[in-house]
Ligand binder design. Structure first.
Ligand code: SF4
Ligand code: ZN
Ligand code: ZN
Length: 300
C-alpha cells in the first residue's frame, strides 16, 4: 500500500484509516505531541524535568521533547531517573539512560532510593519491611516513593513530564470508573496544589505507535519487565481495551475525550496540607513516605 505522499507505507493506522510511510508516521506522532503540549509549554524560558525510566515511553518522550525544543531559546530540559535499587533490572536501565542522555546532550539527575530513604527496594523486600508496614506488594511501596522523589527533585521546574501513552490513560480512566473510584478519577485529570505541574506529552499516542517510533528511530530501550511487577488487574483491563479497539478502532481516544469533557465540568478541589516532617503536600498531618520511614526508624 502507498502513503498519501506516494511512498511505500509501513504502517496502517486503523483508527484513522490511513496508510503511512516512515517519514509521515514520524511526523504524525510528533505533530500530535506538539498539539498536546501547546503554546503554554512549547515556549522560551521554560524548565522541564523529564521523568525517565529506561522504558520505551519515557525515552521516546524525551527524544521528541528534545527535538521540539531544539530551536527554542533558553530552555532547560533535565532527565530525572529514579533508581529504586532493583538488581540487574535497574542497572540495565541506567546504562541505557546514561547512553541516551549522552547521545542527546540531555542533563541527567540520578536519584537513588538508597540515598533518599536509606534502603534500596531489594533491601526493603529482603528484610521483610513490607510486612512490617502492612503493604502487600512491592509496587504499592515503590510507586508511592517514586512519585514522592520525582516531585521532590522536580521542584523548581515549571513542569514534570511523565511518559504516559494513550493506552495508559484509557486503562486508568476505565479502572477508576469500574471501581467507582471517583476521587481518584477526578484527581487524575486535575493538577494537585503544591506539586510541580505534570504534563503528559504522549497522551494522544497509542502504545503500539510509541513502540514503532522507537524502533524506526533506533531508540534503544529496556523491554524486560520489572521482576516485582505481577500480572495485575491493569493487564486484564488492557486486554479488554485491545479487544474493543480491534472491532471499534478509536475507542481509546473516545474514552479519553469523554473523560476530559466530564472533568472540565467538575469543580473539585481537595484541601491540601503540608506534611509536618518534610513539607510534602498530603491530605493528613504526615505524608505516607514519612509515616513509613518513621515505622522503619529511618527518621524520628
Ligand atoms: Fe516499582 Fe512496581 Fe514499577 Fe517495579 S513494577 S519499578 S516495583 S512500581
Ligand atoms: Zn508518506
Ligand atoms: Zn513527609
Amino acid at each position: 500500500m502507498k502513503c498519501s505522499c506516494g511512498n511505500e507505507a509501513i504502517y496502517y493506522q486503523k483508527y484513522s484509516n490511513k496508510y503511512l510511510c516512515k517519514e509521515c508516521f514520524i511526523k504524525d506522532v510528533e505533530r500530535r505531541v506538539k498539539k498536546t503540549l501547546g503554546k503554554d509549554i512549547l515556549r522560551r524560558n521554560v524548565k522541564i524535568a523529564i521523568g525517565i525510566s529506561g522504558g520505551k515511553d519515557s525515552l521516546v518522550m524525551a527524544h521528541i521533547l528534545k527535538k521540539l525544543f531544539k530551536n527554542i531559546p533558553n530552555v532547560e530540559l533535565t532527565a530525572v531517573f529514579i533508581d529504586e535499587g532493583i538488581k540487574n533490572f535497574r542497572d540495565k536501565a541506567k546504562e541505557i539512560i546514561v547512553d541516551f542522555c549522552k547521545k542527546n546532550s540531555l542533563d541527567l539527575k540520578i536519584v537513588k532510593f538508597k540515598d533518599e530513604i536509606k534502603f534500596s527496594l531489594d533491601e526493603i523486600v529482603k528484610n521483610n519491611y513490607l510486612e512490617k508496614l502492612n503493604i502487600g506488594k512491592p509496587c504499592s511501596f515503590c510507586g508511592v516513593v517514586r512519585r514522592y522523589l520525582l516531585n521532590k527533585h522536580a521542584k523548581g521546574y515549571d513542569f514534570l513530564a511523565i511518559g504516559h501513552n494513550l493506552d495508559d490513560f484509557a486503562q486508568t480512566i476505565l479502572m477508576n470508573y469500574i471501581e467507582g473510584n471517583i476521587k481518584n478519577l477526578i484527581q487524575f485529570g486535575k493538577s494537585t496544589e503544591g506539586f510541580v505541574k505534570r504534563i503528559k506529552p504522549l497522551k494522544l499516542i497509542p502504545e503500539e505507535e510509541v513502540k514503532l517510533y522507537a524502533n524506526l528511530l533506533n531508540i534503544r530501550y529496556q523491554s524486560t519487565p520489572c521482576p516485582y511487577s505481577s500480572l495485575s488487574y491493569r493487564h486484564r483491563i488492557k486486554d479488554i481495551l485491545n479487544n474493543l479497539e480491534s472491532f471499534k478502532p478509536g475507542v481509546r481516544y473516545s474514552i479519553l475525550r469523554g473523560y476530559e469533557k466530564l472533568i472540565s465540568l467538575v469543580d473539585y478541589k481537595e484541601k491540601v496540607n503540608r506534611c509536618k516532617i518534610c513539607g510534602y503536600p498530603c491530605s493528613g498531618e504526615v505524608c505516607k513516605v514519612c509515616e513509613w520511614l518513621k515505622k522503619l526508624n529511618v527518621i524520628e
